[in-house]
Design a protein around this ligand. Structure first.
Ligand SMILES: Cc1cc2nc3c(=O)[nH]c(=O)nc-3n(C[C@H](O)[C@H](O)[C@H](O)COP(=O)(O)OP(=O)(O)OC[C@H]3O[C@@H](n4cnc5c(N)ncnc54)[C@H](O)[C@@H]3O)c2cc1C
Length: 376
């Protein structure tokens, strides 16, 4: 069976694929989205939705900052269910070493035009009275925000469909072919451009991609409005998030507009099953209670896991595949894909349209992984 031809087929309707689809449609391209499950049901449903500027590398900063500016631009137009909340982040320093890290971060951001505010122990306690006493201080980043990611993905899909796109829902792509995709139900779809935005499943469709699953746990509580006011992250988080092998947990908690608290986070490599891992979960919650002792008395509603799509250099793959001339990649966003989805879409579509990108594209090009041959 074969069907019509599109300018672009987007594989995957997570936040990345749906943002790419909306951007393609905005450019006037005819678009087909193919999603094996439901819109935003993959890592996008499992993630925290913290839109955060990060400084692990200049390239990571450039991508997160650019994307955050794009989120700010559309903040007012997002539907209510996206729960966009400009609550800001506080990076918490538990000791002098972490306070030195807060100061380094402050300078890095100040040098690049990001507003921050250093907090001493007193102002930290004032900002977040439920934190335990004895913390040294922190860094407030008021420009960070949070959203509810699956609804944002749905919003981008709706925008794409409003421009006449087709959505193939509940049917998986079996293979990427020379001129399009073959679906599991036998349908062939042709397109000028195919975008692999299948998240942690992207290597199953494009063999040889160095994208690995990195498991994470989250817990959501009942409603406790104003228990915390900012996304709170321990500065020790940076140590745990950046190790590529170890299993790690860190204090990372988010206030939702519903009054609920979303508690993270854990990172595990080499684990394929999606079961909740009780010892990891216990460590994660113990860590959270260490920072917010009152948390121990609150009730949780649900715990789940999800898989981040991790690359070796912690940057996503955005751009043309090295060998398949119609194939583009938009994958490997690890723990920042909600934040960086909008920048990914802009950078991807600029390349498809053969235009200059708004920020230098080199660090994100799949070609950087080309030491060994990669086959579609
Ligand atoms: C615990 C946790 C916390 C996180 N917290 C944050 C955070 O606070 N901030 C942030 O920015 N990021 C966060 N992330 C990362 C973020 O969730 C991901 O980077 C992002 O959701 C990736 O989006 P995606 O569209 O690439 O992938 P996904 O959301 O996984 O979407 C891929 C889609 O492709 C579909 N698919 C797969 N194979 C096929 C196929 N063969 N055919 C058709 N469709 C297919 C899947 O069904 C899926 O819907 C977190 C992740 C986790 C796990």
């Amino acid at each position: 069976m074969s069907s019509k031809t599109y300018d672009a087929i987007i594989i995957g309707a997570g936040i990345v694929g749906s943002a790419c689809a909306a951007e393609c449609a905005r450019e006037g391209l005819s678009v087909a989205i193919v999603e094996a499950g439901i819109v935003g049901g993959g890592a996008t449903a499992a993630g925290m939705g913290h839109l955060v500027v990060m400084d692990d590398s200049e390239a990571q900063f450039a991508l997160t900052r650019y994307s955050q500016q794009l989120w700010d631009e559309i903040g007012d137009e997002l539907p209510r269910e996206v729960e966009y909340d400009a609550c800001g982040t506080i990076w918490i320093a538990a000791d002098d070493e972490e306070m030195a890290e807060a100061r380094r971060k402050e300078k890095f951001y100040a040098d690049r035009g990001v507003k921050t505010e250093m907090l001493d122990a007193h102002s930290l306690a004032e900002a977040e009275p439920n934190l335990r006493p004895g913390l040294v201080g922190g860094l407030r980043v008021p420009g960070d925000s949070v959203i509810y990611p699956p609804c944002a993905a749905q919003y981008f899909v709706d925008q794409t469909l409003a421009k006449g796109a087709s959505l193939f829902l509940g049917v998986a792509v079996k293979a990427i072919t020379a001129g399009g995709v073959l679906l599991r139900d036998g349908t062939s779809i042709s397109a000028g451009v195919i975008v692999n935005a299948a998240g942690s499943s992207s290597p199953m469709l494009t063999h040889g991609l160095d994208v690995k699953k990195r498991k994470g746990h989250l817990v959501i509580t009942d409603r406790y409005p104003n228990f915390i006011r900012h996304q709170l992250v321990e500065l020790g988080y940076l140590k745990s998030a950046h190790t590529l092998t170890a299993e790690s947990v860190a204090f990372n908690i988010q206030p939702r507009k519903t009054g609920q608290l979303l508690i993270g986070s854990s990172r595990q490599f080499g684990v394929e099953d999606s079961q909740v891992d009780t010892p990891v979960l216990t460590r994660m919650l113990d860590r959270a209670v260490e920072y917010l002792p009152g948390l121990g008395k609150l009730s949780s509603l649900r715990t789940w896991t999800g898989f981040r799509a991790a690359t070796p250099d912690k940057l996503p793959l955005i751009g043309p595949h090295m060998e398949h001339e119609r194939l583009y990649l938009a994958t490997g966003h690890e723990g920042l894909g909600i934040t960086t989805s909008l920048a990914t879409a802009k950078l991807l579509v600029a390349q498809i349209m053969k235009r200059e990108t708004a920020i230098p594209i080199m660090p994100y090009l799949p070609a950087r992984m080309a030491q060994e041959p990669v086959h579609a």
